[in-house]
Design a binder for this molecule. Sequence first.
Ligand code: C2E
Ligand code: MG
Ligand code: MG
Length: 716
Amino acid sequence: MEQMLTMMIVDDRSIDRAILRGIFLSEYNIVEAGDGDEALKLLKSGVHVDIILLDIFMPKMNGFDFLRTIKKEEAFKDIAVVVNTESDDEDNEVEALELGADDFITKPYNQRIVKKRISNVVNKVIFTQVKMSYQTDTLRFVTQRDVLTGLYNRESFYKEAREFISGADSTCVIAVWNVDRFKVVNELFGSRLGDQVLRNIAHELVDLLKDNGICTRTEADSFVFCTTRKYLEEIMPKIDRVLTGQDHRSPIDYTLQLHMGIYEVIDPDMPVYLMCDRADMALQTIKDSYLVRSAYYSEKLKEDILNEQELVIEMEQALNNKQFFVVFQPIVDTKTGLTVSAEALIRWKHPIKGIINPGIFVPLCEKNGFIAVLDLYVCEEVCKFQREQLDKGVRIVPISINISRINFYRTEFSVKIKEMLDRYKLEPTCIKLEITEGAYQDNPKYMAQAIKDFKASSFQILMDDFGSGYSSLNMLKDFNVDILKIDMKFIDDLETSERADNILYSIIQMARALNMGTVAEGVETKAQYELLASMGCDCIQGYYFSKPISKEEFTSRLEFERERNCVPELPDVRRTILIVDDQKIDRKIISHMMQEEYHVLEATNGEEAFELLKNNFNSISLIIADIHMPKMNGLMLLEKKAEYLYLKEIPVIMITSSGERECEEQALERGALEIITKPYDSNLVRKRISNVLKLSETGNMMRQIQRLHEIYQEEQ
Ligand code: C2E
Ligand code: MG
Ligand code: MG
């Protein structure tokens, strides 16, 4: 039912009040006052009034004074006032209107005119009231909402979420969405389209939640929602599509991807902002992961984060308390087995937590900037060590230092390193600098410049963890580094994946072609070592030779090698030649010729040769086969070999007897690269074998590089 408005009639004459009351009683709640003073008291006592009919001439407080007073009061100034005057009282009318009256009626009252005038004023009053209440609603909307998306803003979300959680009859969750690299979207497409993208995400979220939850945008590209665990599970397949960018009504040609952190509400009384923080903590742990798109908060996570925070607080003090120390991991030449270099690796000896590895604290130091101090500390420790060795007059080997990408670009950092070398009177060749491949993705231009600058100052640069990122091959042509350190990932895969084998070989060959040295990291077994050595990898670093060791152990190792001039027993890494001939004497002639440089395998016919090939295809560099043999002759062997892709590239030299032109032609047609004839002319045989080996090695290298490019293209 529509509410009746309240009219206050203020007049000292009861007869006039009665007339007006008679006119309006059926339409209004009527309140009466005998003068201004009484009327004011009524208003102040809290009586709600919508319109006042006010007589001018009254004792105590007259109409003008009353009008003046209420127009000054915030609470009453909007009440409509209609003044009653005598018919010929123009001056008073003007004054009343000036004081803020809305209209006037004249005595004696004409019912029709009075009703009409009052109704006009009242309509105005109602309109203003509706407008005001509309404004309050809008105001409420604006203060509760995020202007860009129309979702709840943070504060109202906290309130609404609290109500949702306390009203829910099953477990609730708070989830946070964050758009990956939203900055890029703004940079590429401008903030107007960026805003549209955010609005779309908001709509998507609202559509997903329907009536089963509430959501907000908390920061530029962060959305938070609250729903029940059950409903979240129900819509998870759809959410997955949103997170992986398969489900966007995007206004831009760009695959938007998101990450999600989830907190399951265990304690419903916890403040909602803390719940949001926890969901956010879960999100932070996967923020950089390409494959993992959502994660739950757990107590273990909280513990880890608290641990991390503790470490961050403690690290500066730890340096002063000498809790950081450096270990050295030898880098060994594959040909001599001697230590030719080492990598300095930092450790933290925590008084309670024990030895902490850099994988844990280096990323934290990179976040809080402490890495600038830490890398210089390692550099200084290495300089000190090298100076001590030189002062003792013993052999030193260059030691490589890991430089965080954060320091690598900073000129003041390189200035400090140079000053340090000067201070210890060391040449730049005493140290090497390792920069991780990942740095390329941050900023290729700065990286190229920094490498150039360091090299101009005679530092050797190693590219660490090569192959661990997505950009490796691109990088090689842009960066003129001295040495590639091949990532452990390839070494781990070696024994299980033939592809890893191929890629590794190609990387080594390519590095060679570009005049770069190679170090394979993470070599743990003899088999890995032998394979890498046979592929031509220059150096090895890994547990197979040595774990990271203390300064003292490293010194002893160098001394040991120097004193004994010791070359540790090296596995046989010579390449292999397969000789296939049914005549023992002919096999031996060639075998003697080659055995100094090559490891020689022998087979008496094609079948036997084929078995050997299958088991040793990785190491066999050349097949020398007689054309006439029992069981499987030379031509048949050529044909069979051609059926197998992995054998195809092994070159074949065919042995014929002099004067067998037709046989020679057939052999060359089936893919033999060269012919030697019996009886052997040893000079000619040697030359032909050497030519074929050279030819095939260059050909192999070109093919490998080509293949590597193809693999790379495929992966892009
Ligand atoms: P990295 O530079 O790639 O160092 C090689 C890591 O592999 C070292 O781990 C080493 O101990 C480990 N490793 C060596 N051989 C083997 C093996 O045969 N098998 C296995 N499984 N691992 C092997 P560490 O010392 O834990 O260092 C981890 C990473 O922390 C380093 O990777 C480097 O990126 C960073 N780091 C270490 N010291 C420093 C430093 O002083 N400054 C900076 N900025 N980063 C450092
Ligand atoms: Mg390294
Ligand atoms: Mg590495």
